[in-house]
Design a protein around this ligand. Structure first.
Ligand code: ZN
Length: 273
């Protein structure tokens, strides 16, 4: 089979800590995890549905982990041509600007933040240096939404976009995990041109019509497909998108075309600077 899908949301860990890392994410969400959480296993799972590229990332839960995780992800990207790497950052990190420069130097093309794991609110002043360093340069993939916490509340995204109008955000999980009603009601959020969504860990929790409504209300051209690997099997997430009442063209945009354009634009922008 020809590989044609971009998986825009996956997590990898060094193999020796993968099992522990994966089980702690599973207990955070009260969900069973489907896969192993390391590069070779990711590639094997993706091959079942024809994934051509994987956006890989990992989250630093303390400032001390930031540089090691960035170096690890960059190393995996060098080893696996099918990987697109996003770095990590932490609001408590001392030299945010320097590390963001290094993120670019070592070939990573974005930053992933998980406010609920990292225990900061998206619009906390202490996170602003990250947005300053990333604006106009690197997109930020935010975990958004968790009704148990307010750190990653989607409303906070709109606040930072007021202060950083050239920041590009990917708001994971259709804009707000477990808070999809809030997403739909939040004025100025759906359809915001600075905001992209991914479909990871969301379609499987929603009725099909709600997924389609959110995707179309936001704009199909601003939606990527993602599995949240190792949370879910590639075959399952592929089937979840396929089952939605979207046109073939819309599915092709979400599975591939939007991501090709998005990543291409970032890479061109980074090369120019
Ligand atoms: Zn994630």
């Amino acid at each position: 089979m020809k590989n044609f899908i971009y998986d825009m949301h996956t997590h990898i860990f060094p193999q020796k800590i993968a099992e522990k890392a994966v089980s702690s994410i599973g207990s955070f969400y009260g969900l069973s995890m489907s896969r192993g959480g390391f590069s070779e296993d990711l590639i094997e799972s993706g091959a079942k549905v024809g994934v051509e590229k994987f956006l890989v990332c990992s989250t630093a839960t303390t400032p001390l982990q930031v540089t090691a995780i960035n170096s690890f992800v960059a190393g995996e990207v060098k080893k696996h041509l099918e990987f697109i790497g996003f770095g990590t950052m932490h609001p408590g990190f001392e030299n945010i600007g320097d590390e963001v420069d290094r993120i670019v130097d070592i070939g990573l093309v974005g930053i992933k933040l998980h406010p609920d794991f990292q225990k900061f609110a998206i619009d906390d002043a202490e996170a602003y240096p990250i947005y300053e360093a990333a604006e106009g340069r690197l997109p930020i993939l935010f975990h958004t939404g968790d009704k148990r916490y307010s750190y990653s509340n989607p409303e906070r995204i709109l606040k930072i976009l007021k202060d950083f109008p050239n920041l590009t955000c990917i708001c994971a999980h259709l804009g707000g995990y477990s808070e999809w009603d809030k997403v739909a009601a939040l004025k100025g959020y759906l359809g915001n041109p600075n905001i992209y969504f991914d479909t990871s860990s969301s379609i499987r929790f929603l009725d099909p019509k709600t997924s389609v409504d959110i995707i179309r209300a936001h704009g199909v051209e601003h939606v990527f497909w993602g599995t949240d690997y190792p949370m879910e099997q590639h075959t399952v997430e592929r089937d979840n998108l396929m089952a939605l009442e979207l046109t073939d063209k819309e599915k092709q945009m979400i599975f591939r075309d939007n991501a090709v354009k998005f990543i291409g634009d970032i890479e061109r922008r980074l090369k120019k600077n």
